[in-house]
Design a protein around this ligand. Structure first.
Ligand code: FES
Ligand SMILES: [Fe+2]
Length: 368
């Protein structure tokens, strides 16, 4: 009997690869990538990130081909990384430029170099076939992140859960009523919302509209509402693992039109960006940011506001990490959520999962 082997993709991926490879993924915030090598696992690959002397971000395989010491344990010499064990030097393209004591460099002395694009604070790495790495495909929807007229609060969570659980969370914002009840949520968000979800190409757009509802605590504190309001939440999924959220409010009866809900914050609101990069099947790099027009937060309250906003991702983290624990203890779950039914608020996240399945099938076909 001959043993069947599965064909490998350009990156060594197999038909059973749990990750979508041919996409740009956020590997780090720009300020995390410096002249000190940064080790990070992305989609199960071990990478080292650093900057060349002119500031260009570089991503290389973090495994010396000699005896496998991570190159992040070594030192930067000019634009190259010197292995900390026996001194082989690798340039920014992954080629060995120096093998101590040898006049020539053998063919095996190289590491994989990953294409990199840096945009508005995100260092993005192409995890698939390098020949398909088109910078024009890198996300650029996070326009307020580097706008000086907007206050941006950003962070990173080393989430101990699969990335789809975080996408689920952000495509069903009814959870604000229960998870963020002390700040941005109240019961009206779950009880009085009209929800619509549509699939557009490889994206999903979920709109939640609440008419004539009581303001949540943060809206009383920062927008000064003391009467009922119209409130809208718009969540957009951008494949494979990005989320844009727009939140807006107006006095009741003055809410914006359906078309404006994607962009307008009305009298008071903010946007949220999440980039979710799988580290492993059960762990995720969560790069999150919220941006708000500076005029919406008085100067002397920025510190309090920031502390509140930084607490929100932690409230969510507790939820999806606890879900992952329950999933891991369910032998029938296969590592991902196993719902026994669906509620109205799930429309967007089911649509997102259908897209992921379609994209996985396409990558499997392409891999042969
Ligand atoms: S392990 Fe890197 S040079 Fe030997
Ligand atoms: Fe949340």
């Amino acid at each position: 009997m001959t043993r069947k082997t599965r064909p490998g993709g350009a990156n060594g991926s197999t038909a059973a690869d749990p990750f979508l490879r041919n996409f740009w993924y956020v590997a780090a915030w720009s300020d995390e990538v410096t002249r000190a090598p940064l080790a990070r696992v992305l989609l199960g690959d071990y990478l080292v990130l650093y900057r060349t002397e002119d500031g260009t971000a570089v991503a290389l395989e973090n495994r010396c081909p000699h005896r496998n010491l991570p190159l992040s344990e070594g030192n930067l010499v000019g634009d190259s990384l010197e292995c900390g064990y026996h001194g082989m030097v690798f340039d920014a393209d992954g080629r060995c430029s120096h093998l101590p004591g040898a006049e020539t460099v053998p063919d095996w002395a190289c590491v994989r170099a990953y294409p990199v694009v840096e945009r508005r604070g995100w260092v993005m790495v192409w995890m698939g076939d390098p020949a398909a790495a088109d910078p024009a495909l890198a996300p650029d929807h996070h326009g307020w992140l580097d706008d000086p007229d907007w206050l941006t609060i950003k962070g990173y969570c080393d989430a101990q859960c699969g990335y789809r659980l975080i996408l689920d969370n952000l495509l069903d914002l009814s959870h604000l009523a229960y998870v963020h009840a002390s700040t941005t949520g109240n019961r009206a968000l779950a009880e009085q919302a009209t929800i619509s979800a549509e699939t557009v190409g490889d994206g999903v757009r979920v709109t939640r509209w609440m008419s004539d509802v009581p303001p949540a605590q943060a809206l009383i504190d920062y927008a000064g509402y003391d009467k009922p309001i119209d409130r809208w939440q718009y969540s957009e999924f951008i494949a494979p693992s990005y989320i844009y959220v727009n939140n807006g409010t107006e006095a009741a009866g003055q809410g914006v039109t359906a078309e404006q809900r994607r962009e307008s914050q009305g009298k008071w609101g903010f946007v949220v960006y999440h980039a979710l990069t799988p580290a492993t099947e059960r762990t995720t790099h969560q790069f999150w940011a919220m941006s708000i027009p500076r005029a919406f937060v008085p100067e002397d309250r920025i510190e309090t506001f920031e502390a509140q906003m930084r607490h929100i991702p932690i409230e969510d983290l507790l939820v999806y990490e606890a879900q992952q624990t329950a999933i891991d203890l369910d032998p029938a779950a296969g590592g991902d959520v196993r719902p026994l039914g669906m509620i109205d608020a799930d429309q967007g996240l089911f649509a997102m999962r259908r897209i992921l399945q379609r994209l996985h099938a396409a990558e499997r076909r392409a891999a042969g």
